[in-house]
Design a protein around this ligand. Structure first.
Ligand code: PEP
Ligand code: MG
Length: 747
């Protein structure tokens, strides 16, 4: 067995670094590096394979194999031993390579005479760049120290990549990884298409020196940084008393990791072998990442994010790099993040062209804000934060949930055509702005918009909406660190009504709980929050905030007409109690000598099937009813609206659901109760048309949908479509979608 000492390793790393400092192109450097490694490891062969594209590896430099095969020998990811190292991110160490399962013989390289094989991944924080291989004639397995030593070398190569050390002549060097086109298949969070430049919400830390000259000094730096990290976590834990349980649990996990002796020991060993403290942190991060990614255990895989967070914090402490790198927001930024809170998203505001998240959910606050701001949003784009670099060209297809990073010119051109067509269509819709949504039979549907932010209001005129059918007041509460004051809210509601002018705004009182958790509210540990203590249930049980909000609404109206609706009413008595409380506040305000609204309309949101079967008196008592289709559908089909697995399983145009909606329409009509539909389906043209045909007189949707929905209604004959729907249902169709789409196709 060949013994390699720590000083061998350190001297190799230093020589590698010197290679970087000497002039020469990328290929030169790679050649010199393979020579140095083979010499230091005392092997006959050292080769560097790099990704040509995400699926193909190419031999880019070699000492010992046939030089003619350089840039010719290629293999697919997973193919042969090299491909296996690349796919798994784990080393392959064997004394008898040809007997290994999956071995692939490549005659052009002349490698047949080398029996032993050691391959390690060249990777950086889970980002695969290539494979480093040493081979020798002698049939022996490499020692643990040698494997470890080669991993350390691979780490330095990966870091040099980040510095662009090998990007030189003919683009053959390491570093090509970040030039590939990558497509991500995510989920739609908000429709729309956007082209722009990547802006990383949390930029990566750049390690400028992967090699440490003085191991003792590096070790001391690491110890101090870990102590600082532990102190940071303690501080966060101390300030976390008011946080939800999940948040605290994450911090507890951080604490455990930050005190882990194994973690510290492995990093110290890396430093002993010649890495700088920051390179050691990165090496451990990538090795653990590669291991955890392979794990079948979902819990362990989810810990990846914790590990990344912690390592990044440690790297920031070591390098002194903050989140603010001084980089300037590009003029057309597309925000890339693992996840983001609503407040942070609001801070960026309308400057953003698009948002792409690795996590997130359709019903999350960030998604609600993105929707309110009309910014295309794609969620669940796995690994985009590792692949994207600030300034990369990026295309976001919010309609399909696709993202193209560094796209080919042909893809970019096709995408630009799509954006242009959408802009063209929007222009056509703008021409319809002053026209009513009247169908061919002369029936007019009122189209309103959903809003939640002051920033939404300019869309009221731009979109041609008849009013605001749903104003989600919780957004103001979600984006603050404390309960807003009554005077603040009153001023805000006044501004909203000022901006709306003659058009009516239907304010929905605070709808919190479920996925909308206020940071300053005591967390509720509920097994099923969507069916738990939320919306009006909270308002009635803890009336203080509801009363304050009702007073703010009355004051904000300053004598003008006011419409208020209560969310998530499941039984008439809940509506009566909420209504009584509003009427009481009216009396109180009046008794205090304040001007009260000249006209007050009080409505309920119908979001649970139970309310559809409420007694006649309930319908009579409501001035208006608004169907919250998002919640109603999830409870009708018992399918969580936030669970991507079941969310799309049931169709709005299912005969059972539409029949139920039809009954609500009939009951409202019989009692002269105004009716609207304000779930997301109201803004989807096919669904909107079906709802209108069945008799929903008012649809409330995001502003961008008003044009397309109006355009379709004006071309359709709703009476005719109603007949088609009824006939299909009578004929026994479970889904009425085919009948509706066939009608639309012939328009
Ligand atoms: C709904 O449930 O359809 C609705 C409009 O309310 P939210 O999406 O805010 O729950
Ligand atoms: Mg709802």
């Amino acid at each position: 067995m060949v013994e390699r000492s720590e000083s061998d390793s350190r001297s190799l790393l230093r020589r590698l670094r010197d290679t970087l400092a000497t002039p020469g192109g990328g290929q030169d450097r790679l050649d010199r590096i393979t020579h140095l490694i083979a010499d230091s490891m005392r092997t006959q062969v050292c080769s560097i394979y790099l990704f040509r594209d995400p699926e193909t590896l190419e031999l880019c430099a070699t000492e010992g194999l046939n030089p003619e095969s350089v840039h010719k020998t290629r293999m697919r990811l997973g193919e042969g031993l090299v491909g296996r190292v690349a796919r798994t991110g784990q080393p392959v160490n064997t004394g008898n390579a040809p007997s290994e399962p999956g071995f692939r013989y490549m005659p052009e390289t002349g490698e047949e005479i080398y029996s032993s094989f050691l391959g390690v991944p060249i990777q950086r924080v889970g980002e695969k760049l290539g494979v480093l291989v040493v081979q020798s004639r002698e049939a022996r397995e490499f020692s643990e120290d040698e494997v470890y030593g080669l991993e350390v070398v691979a780490m330095v190569l990966a870091e040099m990549t980040e510095l662009g050390a090998f990007i030189g002549d003919n683009n053959n060097g390491i570093g090509a990884a970040h030039r590939f086109t990558v497509m991500f298949r995510g989920t739609t969070g908000q429709e729309g298409a956007a082209e722009g430049r990547v802006w990383l919400h949390e930029p990566r830390v750049v390690v400028t020196n992967p090699v440490g000259d003085d191991p003792d000094a590096e070790l001391k730096r690491l110890e101090e940084a870990i102590q600082a990290l532990q102190a940071q976590i303690e501080d966060m834990l101390e300030g976390s008393a008011a946080m939800d349980k999940e948040h605290r649990q994450v911090l507890e996990t951080y604490k455990m990791l930050a005190h882990s002796r194994g973690w510290f020991r492995r990093m110290s060993e890396d430093i002993g072998l010649g890495l700088s403290a920051e390179a050691a942190v990165e090496k451990e991060q990538s090795t653990a990442r590669a291991r955890l990614e392979q794990s079948p255990d979902l819990y362990l895989r989810e810990r990846l994010n914790d590990l990344d967070d912690l390592s990044n914090r440690l790297l920031r402490l070591l390098t002194g790099q903050g989140k603010d790198t001084g980089a300037e927001l590009p003029p057309d930024p597309v925000l890339i993040a693992r996840n983001i809170g609503p407040a942070e998203l609001l801070e960026y505001g309308r400057a953003l062209r698009g948002v792409v998240l690795e996590e997130g959910s359709v019903g999350s606050h960030a998604a609600i804000v993105a929707r309110a701001l009309s910014i295309p949003l794609v969620i669940h784009a796995a690994r985009i934060t590792t692949e994207a670099l600030n300034g990369d060209l990026i295309l976001v297809d919010g309609d399909q949930g696709f993202v193209h990073l560094r796209p080919e010119e042909t893809v970019a051109a096709a995408f630009r055509d799509k954006i242009a067509m959408q802009a063209e269509a929007q222009k056509r819709y703008a021409d319809l702005r002053e026209q009513p949504a009247t169908d061919q039979s002369g029936q007019t549907i009122s189209l309103m918009m959903n809003a939640g932010l002051m920033a939404d209001l300019p869309s009221l005129n731009g979109s041609g909406a008849d009013g605001v059918g749903l104003f989600r007041t919780e957004l103001q509460f979600l984006t603050r660190t404390r309960v807003p004051r009554r005077s603040e809210l009153a001023a805000l509601y006044k501004r909203v009504m000022d901006a709306a002018g003659d058009k009516r705004v239907h304010f929905r009182t605070l709808d919190i709980g479920s996925d909308k958790v206020l940071p300053y509210m005591k967390p509720q540990d509920e097994p099923n929050p969507a069916m738990g203590w939320r919306a009006i249930r909270v308002g009635l049980d803890k009336p203080g905030v509801l009363r304050m909000q009702l007073q703010a609404l009355i004051r904000g109206a300053e004598g003008r007409p006011l419409s208020v609706m209560f969310p998530f009413i499941a039984t008439p008595n809940e509506f009566h109690a909420a209504r009584d409380s509003l009427l009481r506040e009216m009396e109180r305000e009046s008794a205090l000598g304040r001007t009260v609204p000249c006209d007050l309309k009080i409505g309920a949101m119908l979001e649970t099937p139970s309310l559809g079967f409420a007694p006649e008196s309930f319908f009579k008592a409501c001035d208006f009813i608004s169907i919250g289709g998002n919640d109603l559908k999830q409870f009708f089909f018992a399918a969580d609206r936030e669970n991507e697995r079941v969310r799309r399983r049931y169709d709005t145009l299912d005969a059972a659901f539409l029949t139920f909606i039809e009954q609500i329409i009939a009951r409202c009509a019989a009692n002269n109760t105004a009716l609207s539909f304000c779930g997301e389906d109201a803004g989807r043209p096919v669904e909107a048309l079906a709802l209108a045909a069945l008799g929903v007189p008012t649809l409330s949707m995001r502003p961008a949908s008003i044009g397309p929905v109006k355009h379709l209604i004006r071309r359709a004959d709703l009476r005719e479509l109603r007949e088609i729907i009824v006939n299909a249902r009578d004929a026994g169709a479970q889904s009425l979608r085919p009948a509706v789409t066939a009608y639309l196709a012939n328009l």
